[in-house]
Unconditional design. Structure first.
Length: 278
C-alpha cells in the first residue's frame, strides 16, 4: 500500500508542498503520495476533518495557514519545538495518536547555514517581526549560538514579550522600528519575518542596519526578489540576499524525515521549484 500524506490549509491551491514532497520521494525512492486538501475554516471543524483523514488511512499531515494553532491544540503529544513555538506544522499519525511537531524554525536555520553558507555562531542577528513565524524560529536560532539577537516589531510589546520568553545567556533585546540599536558595519544577519512583503511594503527601518557583508533574508518568496531584498541590495549592493523558498523546502525536508526516516537533499529541490516558478 502506498502511504498517503497531505498538506491542509485555506487557501491551498497555491501550495508548493505537493511538488516538493514528490521531488523528495523521487530523490529518496520512497513509495508515497502527497495531496493538498483545502479545509473550509468557516464550515468545517479542523478536528473533525483530521479525524476523517486518519480514518481514511492518511499517515501524516503538514498544516498551514490558518490552522497551525488549531493543530497545536488538537495534538495528542507535542515535540519540544512545537511546545516552544506554540504552533504546529507537522502531524504524524501513530497508534499512540497525533504526534505534533514544528519544523519551520529548523527549516530556516538549515537554509541560512547550509544553502546560504552563513553560520549563526557569533553573529549579530536582527529579526523583524514577532508573529507566528518568528516565534517558531527563535529556539533553533538561539541553539545555533549567535552573539546577540534583536527583535524589532511594528507592535513593540509583542517583540518584548517574545524576547523575555526566549531569554538565555545570549543577549536578546527588543524594540519598535525606531529604536533598533545601531551596529558598526551593520548586522551580520537580518531576517524579515513580517508579512509586510506580502503587501509589497517595507518595515520602516534605517538602511544603516545593512552592512557590506550582511546576509539579508526575507521569509517571503516568489518568482522574483521581494521588495525587502531589493531594498537591501539598493542599500548595500554587496550584501547577500535570500528569500524564504529554502525555508519552505527545509521545513518540508524535516517533516519528510519525521515520516520516512530519510533526510532528502534540499538544494536540488530548491533549484527545481525555483525553475518551475520562473
Ligand atoms: N518560507 C516559509 O516557509 C515561511 C513559513 C512561515 C511564514 N512565512 C512568512 O513569514 C511572514 C510572517 O508570517 P507569520 O505566520 O509570522 O504571520 P503573523 O503571525 O500574522 O505575523 C505577522 C508579523 O508581521 C508584522 N506585520 C504585518 N503587516 C506589517 C506591515 N505592513 N508592516 C510591518 N510589519 C507588519 C506583524 O506585526 P504586528 O505584531 O504589529 O501585527 C507581525 O509581526 C509571512 O510573509 C509568511 O508568508 C514563510
Amino acid at each position: 500500500m502506498t502511504d498517503v500524506y497531505a498538506v491542509v490549509g485555506n487557501p491551498i491551491a497555491h501550495s508548493k508542498s505537493p511538488l516538493i514532497h514528490r521531488l523528495f520521494a523521487e530523490q529518496t525512492g520512497q513509495d508515497m503520495v502527497y495531496e493538498a486538501i483545502r479545509i473550509d475554516d468557516e464550515a468545517t471543524n479542523f478536528k473533525y476533518e483530521v479525524a476523517g483523514l486518519i480514518s481514511r488511512g492518511y499517515k501524516g499531515l503538514n498544516i498551514t495557514v490558518p490552522f497551525k494553532l488549531d493543530a497545536f491544540e488538537q495534538a495528542t503529544s507535542l515535540s519540544e519545538s512545537a511546545k516552544v513555538a506554540h504552533a504546529v506544522n507537522t502531524y504524524t499519525f501513530t497508534e499512540k495518536g497525533i504526534e505534533a511537531d514544528n519544523t519551520d524554525g529548523i527549516g530556516l536555520v538549515n537554509d541560512i547555514q547550509q544553502n546560504g553558507g552563513v553560520s549563526f555562531a557569533h553573529k549579530r542577528v536582527l529579526i523583524l517581526g514577532a508573529g507566528g513565524a518568528v516565534q517558531g524560529i527563535l529556539e533553533p536560532l538561539l541553539d545555533a549560538l549567535p552573539a546577540s539577537v534583536h527583535i524589532a516589531n511594528r507592535t513593540p510589546q509583542r517583540a518584548e514579550v517574545l524576547g523575555k520568553r526566549f531569554e538565555t545567556d545570549i543577549p536578546i533585546s527588543a524594540s519598535g522600528w525606531d529604536a533598533i540599536p545601531e551596529k558598526a558595519s551593520g548586522y551580520d544577519i537580518i531576517i524579515n519575518g513580517t508579512s509586510a512583503s506580502l503587501e509589497g511594503k517595507l518595515p520602516p527601518i534605517s538602511p544603516g542596519v545593512v552592512g557590506e557583508n550582511s546576509l539579508v533574508y526575507d521569509m517571503m518568496y516568489g518568482d522574483k526578489p521581494t521588495v525587502f531584498m531589493d531594498w537591501a541590495k539598493q542599500t548595500q549592493p554587496s550584501c547577500q540576499t535570500m528569500d524564504g523558498l529554502g525555508m519552505l523546502v527545509g521545513q518540508a525536508a524535516e517533516a519528510f524525515y519525521l515520516w520516512r526516516g530519510v533526510r532528502p537533499e534540499t538544494a536540488p529541490v530548491i533549484a527545481e521549484v525555483r525553475a518551475l516558478m520562473a
